[in-house]
Structure formats: structure tokens, C-alpha cells
Design a protein around this ligand. Structure first.
Ligand code: GAL
Length: 416
């Protein structure tokens, strides 16, 4: 299985490496926004640029979370054919900046006043060595639950606010013959749930200590064992066909009423909206039980790869467009995320979006805002991937919880 995936990625990488350079006046954008909701959001950006006479050369690399996209990117850069702009997350940005591959966006940043409007938590990844190297397009967060309202109403299930209530709700759904949890068995999706379960089980100090500080005591703790035990509980509520399923197909199960819950970042909302569903009427959005005050965030940013000595006019136009306040509102309303600027009104956003903006501001204020481990905002890819392997092996029954805890400590030590 792994080798098939490996071969597919390698083939995609070779194909991508041979792709042509963007024409002058165009931007070539490498991204992984290929689901219905993601594509709808991407169109907002494409249209914005077209209005300015800038053409778009699309370089989509399917695969939620961007793992495959990052493999293809490495191949392109190695072949001396870097795309103009690349969707990237967290530590991947600073890792590429360290290699000297990214263009300096300081002129645009100062002309547009980015320093004053982009939150510090994002600037940590948009800047390297005092230089802006990426333009943040949004803020997503991973600790959300997406629920089919019709199923909950029919079964008399109230919105769960604690782990125990969640387990009781999942049980009730399962007893009714429906699928309790729509999930896709891919490492990044398993890890996305792990983000929420770890925060809920151990609280913010544990999350920070284990995932951000990589403290071996926290990684090897009884709390970590409890997190794995809870992952096994969730595993018992997914359907038999979960393995390898894409995240948007899992969202579709909730949309169609085949399943009650999906534990996923707020890009899932893009799928519900794209299917014509309304928050509060057809579906509910709420924080993963026990994480109501916390936000585990990730921000999609566009890094511009050096094409010459200075930033090209097209790259500058793209960066400027991405951070314009009207675009930030229009794009994020469709994408499910919230703006990457603090001065954008929540007026155009639905109830979930408004809550997302409120939660983000409150979490930031109260010290409850943390980078998502699953989405590359807690640690560099080497550590993230080491954690993915352990989480996935446990979710698939290869490790019991005690073994998983030990493997977690070892894998993280080796990855550093
Ligand atoms: C995340 C990304 C989101 C969404 C998701 C699923 O990593 O930040 O924008 O695309 O993957 O593909």
C-alpha cells in the first residue's frame, strides 16, 4: 500500500518537474485546493487576478493537508523549475526561506502596511530573518465538529459539550444504524482528530508541552496514553470503508445524512456551503467538546519562489491581491476560514464564520491560541511526519496505546 502511494507520488513529481515555466504576465500557482469547496474559493482568487490582467496557470496537486503537494514542490525546485507561487503551511514556509528559495516581499508589505494588520501568530511564519516571504490568505482551525442537524434532531441528541457527552451521542447514532463518525483514514486526517482529542484531554498546557515544546515527559505521559485510548474509542465509531477516503468524501457523508459527525478543520464548511447547505438549519458547527476556549490554528500562505533578483510584477500583484481586505472577506466566506487580517469586518460571514472570528480573537487574547500539530504549525515537517506515523499506526490497530506512547517519544527524539 505504502509503496503504491510512494510510486504515485514519485510519478506525479516527475511529471510536475517537467512542467513548463509560467508565461510572462502569468502566475503559476501550486496548491492542493482540489475539492469542490476549495476550488470555489480558489476561483475567487483567480477572478480577482484576471481583473488585473494577470493570467493563472494552475498547478493543482490533490491530497488534503498538502503532503503530496510538498513532494511535488521539492521535485520542481530540484529540477530548477520552481513555480511562481506556492500554497504553504507554517514551518514549511520558514524551512524554504532558510534554504534561500523565497523572494523578499518587504516592499509590498511596507507599502500595504501588513505589519500592523497581520496577527503576530501568522507573522511568525510569514517572515524570516526580518523579511516577509509569504502572504497569508486565511486562518483555519482544526478543532471543529461538523454535524448533520437532521440526524441529531431525529435522535434527540443535544450538541455535546464534553467528551462523555460526545461518546454518548456517537453511541446513540451507531445504535440507530447510521454512521456516527465520517472519517477518511489518511495520516493527516487521523492527526487532525488527534489535535482536537489531545487538546480536549490534556488541555492547553499539555498540548503546548507535547506538540510545541516536544517535552519527552508530556509525550510519554499517562495523559498521552489517554489521548490514544480516546482515539481508539473514535475508531470504533467510524465505518468499515474509512481507509484512504478523502476528507471531502467524508464531509459528503455528513452532508447527505449518512453520518452524523465529522471532526475536521473549517475547510469542511466550504463543502457544506458548496452543496447549498445552511449553518444552523442543515448542519451545525461547534468546537470539539472540551476545547471551547482553545483554537488550534493553521494559516494557508502563498510563498513566492525567487524567479530572479527581485520579486516579479505578477508575484507582487498576487501578494497584494491576497492581502486586500475586500478579497480576504470574499475568499474566506467561501473557504470556511477567517481573514488573516485583524481589520476585516465579520459582516459578510455566516454564523460559523462569525464564531470562528470571535473564537480566534478570544483565544489569542487569553493565551489559548496554538499552532496545529497536524497542519505544520507546531513543528517542522520532520517532526510532524514522525508523529503522523505513530498516530496512524495506532489508529489502524498496529500499536496498542502503551506502545504508541513509547513510539511517540522515540519517533520525536529521532526526528529532531
Ligand atoms: C489544510 C489547508 C486547508 C485545506 C485542507 C484540506 O492543510 O490549510 O486550506 O485545504 O488542508 O485540503
Amino acid at each position: 500500500m505504502r509503496s503504491i502511494i510512494g510510486k504515485t507520488i514519485a510519478a506525479a513529481a516527475i511529471l510536475a518537474a517537467s512542467a513548463s515555466f509560467a508565461h510572462a504576465g502569468d502566475v503559476e500557482v501550486l496548491h492542493w485546493w482540489t475539492s469542490g469547496g476549495e476550488a470555489a474559493a480558489l476561483n475567487v482568487l483567480k477572478q480577482d487576478l484576471e481583473k488585473q490582467g494577470i493570467g493563472w496557470q494552475d498547478m493543482p496537486v490533490a491530497g488534503g493537508g498538502g503532503t503530496q503537494a510538498m513532494t511535488v514542490l521539492r521535485a520542481r525546485v530540484t529540477a530548477g523549475n520552481a513555480p511562481t507561487a506556492v500554497q504553504m503551511l507554517g514551518f514549511d514556509i520558514t524551512d524554504w526561506a532558510k534554504e534561500g528559495a523565497l523572494a523578499n516581499l518587504n516592499d509590498i508589505a511596507s507599502a500595504e502596511g501588513w505589519d500592523a494588520v497581520v496577527p503576530a501568530a501568522l507573522q511568525k511564519f510569514s517572515k524570516y530573518d526580518g523579511k516577509w516571504v509569504a502572504a497569508p490568505v486565511n486562518v483555519h482551525s482544526t478543532n471543529w465538529v461538523w454535524a448533520n442537524k437532521g440526524i441529531l434532531d431525529e435522535l434527540g441528541i443535544a450538541q455535546p459539550t464534553t467528551w462523555d457527552e460526545l461518546v454518548a451521542a456517537m453511541q446513540k447514532v451507531k445504535d440507530s444504524g447510521k454512521i456516527a463518525v465520517a472519517h477518511g483514514g489518511q495520516a493527516w486526517q487521523d492527526a487532525t482528530i488527534f489535535d482536537a482529542v489531545a487538546m480536549s484531554t490534556g488541555g492547553p498546557e499539555f498540548y503546548k508541552s507535547a506538540f510545541i515544546d516536544l517535552n519527552p515527559d508530556a509525550l510519554g505521559s499517562d495523559t498521552m496514553k489517554q489521548v490514544f485510548d480516546r482515539m481508539s474509542v473514535i475508531r470504533s465509531f467510524v465505518d468499515d470503508n474509512f481507509s484512504g477516503r478523502d476528507w471531502n468524501l467524508a464531509s459528503a457523508m455528513v452532508i447527505k445524512g449518512d453520518a452524523a459527525f465529522q471532526f475536521m478543520g473549517d475547510w469542511a464548511k466550504g463543502e457544506f456551503l458548496n452543496a447549498g447547505k445552511k449553518p444552523g438549519e442543515d448542519f451545525l458547527c461547534f468546537r470539539f467538546p472540551g476545547t471551547q476556549k482553545q483554537v488550534t490554528f493553521n494559516s494557508d500562505q502563498f510563498a513566492m519562489f525567487k524567479q530572479g533578483d527581485t520579486v516579479s510584477p505578477e508575484q507582487a500583484a498576487l501578494a497584494k491581491a491576497i492581502l486586500s481586505p475586500s478579497f480576504q472577506s470574499a475568499f474566506n466566506v467561501v473557504k470556511g476560514s477567517v481573514p488573516a487580517r485583524i481589520d476585516v469586518s465579520d459582516e459578510a460571514f455566516d454564523a460559523c464564520g462569525k464564531q470562528g472570528m470571535k473564537d480566534l480573537a478570544a483565544a489569542s487574547e487569553s493565551g489559548n491560541l496554538f499552532g496545529s500539530m497536524a497542519h505544520g504549525h507546531a513543528n517542522p515537517a520532520s517532526v510532524k511526519n514522525a508523529m503522523y506515523d505513530v498516530i496512524t499506526a495506532h489508529f489502524n490497530g498496529e500499536y496498542d496505546s502503551d506502545t504508541a506512547v513509547k513510539e511517540m517519544v522515540n519517533a520525536v527524539a529521532l526526528a529532531q
